[in-house]
Design a protein around this ligand. Structure first.
Ligand code: BGC
Length: 760
């Protein structure tokens, strides 16, 4: 019996419809140009199997798979996590080969570069690892807004501002997808807290959704064209985002033109049928109960043939783009050395200098350094949860500081007793953790600093030229951060900083603080204790080298804050509606505010939109960051036309060393009509590396649509006529030049009112 006949008989036995499975050329298999033909040849069971993920073994450590249908030449495809690099298992049974990936800087640090081109370079390298390790889609970038600093996953996200977040995500997607592999922008949307993330109902006005929590996704979809979107776990205005037709079909596809697949975040919710109908093409990680539910609904007619085919068609269009479909012969051997260089360079271009009193930095690079803080060894390269990457190494500050920075200068000398003390302490802590059998979900945010006596610090101040204090914070999926000992410094950290400051300053020596943190912390109460503060966030496996390059002046810092550092936590409006105080062990009594539901009462006044409008003092404003040089801004020109405006400004390096400047363009809308934030970021750009005395003329374009605010009463985007102020800033507070223009004719873009209203 030949092969064709065997298939035929097998199919008959299985009760499958086989009439069209065999084409004139032989076996009917999926091709790029026969999707419709293939669709009509698929059985209901096959169609349904494509809509639900399943188990797989192709790439150990991958997060999920789509199902194979061998009969039709439909391969299994592989989905694995990001965003700071590819997350797969580094070792496999039965082989000595290793499968390590590069730990690139976290998203918050990448956003601090304000440089989409840099992000695209990083993800071009990252995407090569995705391809070469046999993965089809990287489940990244994470791009929820930084609504509140305590969200445990903020390090995986970019910014409090939707424009910066959207531009970074679009660049990220372009870089990865250049490699012929896909991305999944996540988590769509309003997934802004980890506590009760699977069930929390985010109650958000349509205006805040449109202008903030959807805007960044809109930019990423239109400018990045991701293959896939991941719908979040949470509810939005009473419905799971995964089941919200208005969100997944009306807005995402009909309005924005998204033509890829939507997959659920990794769970199995009730009402799979509603998810399918809403436009969720793929249930991940996939469960038999979901297959059963979909099958039953198709058979009963609850899911129509058109709805089923629509989703299956999306899946087939996705599959024909994948490396597995192309039979790509992956090497399992990407160039990790070259990618480590990319990671280091990216960190160098993104780290933020928050304070530099009297030119404390750069150092000479040959000082004797007292290096404090457990995080100088237990350095936080990335974070925990699904965003963690299995890297060959994460260089820590102790190691990096001992490597020669400039060959003619030599290296820093570390206070060896102090260094050894920290090594011993961290080794002890790590062995305790192992004994406690911690897993990847354990909240390791709180890293107890070890006390050092004032007497010892006095001796160290005699003995060393400078003090560097590393303050570390870890964070990750599944938990939010706490106010005490996390957002705020712990008592031991405060005492350490105080004593180091007193003793070193008494001897005319400087104190430098390095913030190795995943999210914003309180700085206002202690920043006077430091002469210089560097903010590298969680900078990836090579980040410690980049820190040293900045400490020594080999690199001039050019990063700027992608969010605000407030004076204190309760200054942030969303803090009144964030579960920072909630103890999850308490019994359930009715609906728990901020746990079962969260009211986004601050509405559009998130981050600087609030602080600027309310004229409230902050510790460090949005967009802020220092350089070792200075820049002048010339008088700008702004030309308006019916489609928006074009702004031009020249930036000159007026200092003594080469450097790059981020230029931020804010717009203040005319008063009257809708209430507006005092100013909103509408464009930004970064100069090339300018030599001392060198200038560059920069041009930024903003369309009339990009200037619009959302009017809930009319369900439309509206750009009012009138006089607009254009502000060119080195931060949202530090406006260096202004111009204005008249926008002659109001414009409106109506959209459908489909996002629901926030419940009480
Ligand atoms: C996370 C996603 C991740 C997925 C797969 C989920 O719990 O929220 O970000 O992509 O797991 O690991």
């Amino acid at each position: 019996m030949n092969k064709k006949n065997i298939i035929l008989i097998l199919c008959l036995v299985c009760g499958m419809a086989v009439a069209t499975t065999v084409s004139a050329q032989g076996k009917l298999v999926l091709r790029e140009d026969n999707i419709e033909e293939l669709l009509s040849a698929m059985t209901i069971e096959e169609k349904v199997s494509l809509l639900v993920g399943g188990p797989g073994k192709l790439v150990p450590g991958a997060a999920g798979y789509t199902c194979e249908i061998e009969r039709l030449g439909i391969p299994m495809t592989v989905l694995a996590d990001g965003p700071a690099g590819l997350r797969i298992q580094p070792k496999r049974e039965g082989t000595d080969e290793t499968f390590y990936c590069t730990g690139f800087p976290t998203s918050t640090l990448l956003a601090s570069s304000w440089d989409p081109e840099l992000v695209e370079t990083v993800t071009t390298a990252m995407g090569n690892e995705v391809l070469e390790y046999g993965v089809d889609v990287l489940l990244a970038p994470g791009m929820n807004l930084h609504r509140n600093p305590l969200c445990g996953r903020n390090f995986e996200y970019y910014s409090e501002d939707p424009l910066l977040s959207g531009k970074m995500a679009a660049a990220y997607v372009r870089g990865i997808q250049k490699n012929g592999v896909g991305t999944s922008i996540k988590h769509f949307t309003a997934n802004n807290q980890e506590i009760n993330r699977l069930e929390n109902d985010a109650r958000v006005s349509n205006r805040a959704l449109r202008e903030l929590y959807l805007k960044n996704f809109e930019i990423a979809v239109k400018e990045g064209k991701p293959w896939t979107v991941m719908s979040s776990y949470n509810k939005l205005n009473g419905e799971y985002t995964q089941q919200k037709h208005g969100l997944l079909t009306t807005v995402l596809r009909d309005e924005w033109g998204f033509d890829g697949i939507v997959m659920t975040d990794w769970g199995c919710k009730e009402n799979t049928v509603k998810s399918v109908k809403a436009g969720n093409d793929l249930m991940e990680w996939g469960n038999q109960v979901e297959i059963d539910r979909i099958l039953a609904a198709v058979n009963s007619g609850e899911i129509s043939q058109e709805e089923l085919d629509r989703n299956v068609r999306n899946m087939l269009k996705y599959i024909v783009k994948t490396p597995h479909f192309r039979h790509y012969n992956f090497s399992n051997n990407p160039d990790l050395k070259a990618h480590a260089e990319v990671a280091r360079k990216a960190a160098e271009e993104s780290i933020i200098l928050l304070k530099n009193e009297g030119g404390t930095l750069p150092l000479n690079g040959n000082e004797k350094v007292a290096l404090y803080g457990i995080s100088s060894i237990d350095f936080v390269g990335i974070g925990t949860g699904s965003g963690e990457v299995n890297t060959t190494h994460i260089t820590n500050m102790q190691e990096a500081m001992q490597e020669p920075s400039f060959s003619f200068i030599g290296a820093f000398t570390l206070d060896e007793n102090l260094a050894e003390f920290y090594r011993q302490y961290v080794a002890y802590q790590q062995s305790l953790e192992k004994m406690e059998k911690t897993n990847r979900w354990k909240n390791r945010n709180i890293r107890e600093e070890v006390p050092i006596s004032a007497k010892a610090i006095r001796l160290q101040a005699f003995d060393n030229d400078v003090a560097v204090v590393v303050i570390g914070r870890n964070a990750g999926e599944g938990t939010d951060r706490t106010l005490k000992d996390d957002f705020e410094l712990s008592a031991t950290e405060r005492e350490l900083l105080q004593n180091v400051s007193t003793e070193f300053h008494a001897r005319g020596k400087c104190v430098i603080v390095v913030l190795n943190i995943g999210g914003v912390i309180e700085t206002a109460s202690w920043k006077h204790l430091a002469d210089a503060i560097l903010l590298p966030w969680s900078p990836g496996q090579e980040g410690a080298h980049a820190i040293v390059d900045i400490l020594t002046g080999k690199v001039n810092p050019s990063g700027k804050l992608p969010m605000t550092f407030p004076m204190n936590y309760m200054d942030i409006p969303s803090s009144w509606n964030f579960p920072y105080y909630w103890d999850m062990t308490k019994g359930r009594k009715g609906e728990r505010e901020n746990v079962d539901y969260t009211k986004y009462d601050e509405d559009i006044f998130v981050g600087y939109r609030y602080f600027q409008t309310d004229n409230r003092k902050v510790s460090y404003p949005f967009g802020y960051g220092l350089s070792y040089t200075a820049f002048s801004y010339t008088k700008p020109t702004v030309k308006a036309d019916k489609d928006g405006f074009t702004a031009t400004i020249t930036i000159k390096n007026t200092g003594k060393v080469a450097g790059r400047e981020v230029v931020e363009l804010y717009v203040s809308a005319p008063s009257g009509g809708l209430e507006k934030p005092a100013r909103e970021l509408k464009a930004f750009t970064k100069t090339k590396l300018l030599a001392p005395g060198e200038s560059e003329t920069l041009t930024m374009k903003v369309s009339a649509y990009e200037m619009a605010s959302f009017n809930e009463a009319t369900s439309s985007w509206e750009t009012a006529d009138g006089t607009y102020e254009v502000l060119f800033g080195a931060s949202v507070e530090d406006i260096r030049a202004t111009a204005s223009f008249r926008f002659g004719k109001a414009q409106a873009w109506p959209v459908q009112d489909v996002l629901g209203v926030p419940g009480e």
